[in-house]
Design a protein around this ligand. Structure first.
Ligand code: C2E
Ligand code: MG
Ligand code: MG
Ligand code: MG
Length: 282
């Protein structure tokens, strides 16, 4: 009975715990994937256009319905999924489910977060091509959210995948802009269609330097023909500022938290029923 534990006899108590809990997480993640239809779930956060004054897209955000811990947010397991390599399978599930759900939402863009590890595999482009091949969602409606880590590591392979994806007509966004290695001047050379300004910057627009920084990002991105979405918009003051400096789209608790797919369908029905009056809530 103690055999399994004796393997850790040379570790300190803490290391023992870390190693075991990491292996435990991998094991549970594998179980979750085997039972994906019950344990995995996508929530969607609406994205609002400040130009059209309506919901124009949603971002798919993964949730794990853990058998004992309840609903677990991705911050608690994406890292483990990447370290264990399970992210490849997990990410494929997310992509398929998001595109499938998007079929019920005509005209809405669906954004999917993609790990750098997924992008490193050439197979990823084939999966995207196949998923879109089932019809119902055009390539233009799919947006892949990549981090700077993924883009900086734009080795030959990643760069080729990116070019192929954009060749399919899929859009790419740089997520969490400002939190990585990027400098403002880097905006000129990155091969994406959109920049998502990280929540930490949106949070700081009530300070003079914070406001100046966001205004500079928006100005430079616009001058380079890029679209902009601000993440984590929580207050009317932030919204007013972002609109004034020319940000195209916003996303955040001020509009909606991430919600189950059924709630997105209801939002769309409500919009159709009310003409566009519902967007007056903006
Ligand atoms: P992200 O892609 O930057 O997603 C935005 C995160 O900010 C989400 O957290 C969202 O719930 C949260 N958020 C949105 N509006 C607000 C706001 O107004 N205030 C605050 N405080 N937070 C806001 P979530 O769902 O916990 O996801 C965290 C991160 O996990 C995501 O950041 C993304 O990097 C990663 N992630 C989520 N789903 C996936 C996935 O399917 N695949 C991969 N590779 N990563 C994912
Ligand atoms: Mg994202
Ligand atoms: Mg983000
Ligand atoms: Mg973020």
């Amino acid at each position: 009975k103690t055999d399994g534990r004796s393997r850790y006899v040379f570790f300190t108590q803490d290391m023992d715990h870390d190693v075991r809990s990491r292996e435990e997480t991998y094991r549970e993640l594998r179980l979750a994937l085997a039972d994906c239809d019950r344990q995995l779930e996508l929530h969607y956060q609406p994205i609002w256009s400040l130009e059209d004054r309506r919901m124009v897209g949603v971002e798919a955000l993964l949730r794990w319905q853990h058998p004992e811990q309840g609903l677990v947010a991705p911050g608690a397991f994406i890292r483990s999924a990447e370290e264990s390599g399970l992210i490849t399978v997990l990410g494929e599930w997310v992509l398929r489910r998001a595109v499938q759900d998007a079929r019920a939402w005509p005209g809405l863009r669906v954004a999917v977060n993609v790990s750098p590890i997924q992008l490193r595999s050439r197979k990823f482009v084939e999966i995207v091509r196949e998923v879109l091949g089932h019809g119902g969602v055009t390539a233009e409606r799919l947006e892949l959210e990549l981090t700077e880590t993924a883009l900086m590591a734009a080795s030959g392979e990643v760069a080729r995948s990116l070019a192929d994806l954009r060749g399919l007509g899929v859009h790419c966004a740089l997520d969490d802009f400002g939190t990585g290695y990027s400098s403002l001047s880097h905006i000129r050379d990155i091969a994406v269609d959109r920049i998502k300004i990280d929540r930490s910057f949106v949070n700081a627009v009530d300070t003079v330097p914070g406001a100046a920084l966001v205004e500079a990002i928006v100005g430079l991105a616009r001058a380079n023909g890029l679209r902009l979405t601000a993440e984590g918009v929580e207050t009317p003051e932030q919204l007013e500022f972002l609109e004034r400096v020319g940000c195209h789209e916003v996303q955040g608790y001020l509009f909606s938290r991430p919600v189950p797919a059924s709630a997105i369908a209801r939002l769309l029905t409500k919009r159709a029923g009310e003409g566009d009056r519902s967007s007056a809530a903006l």
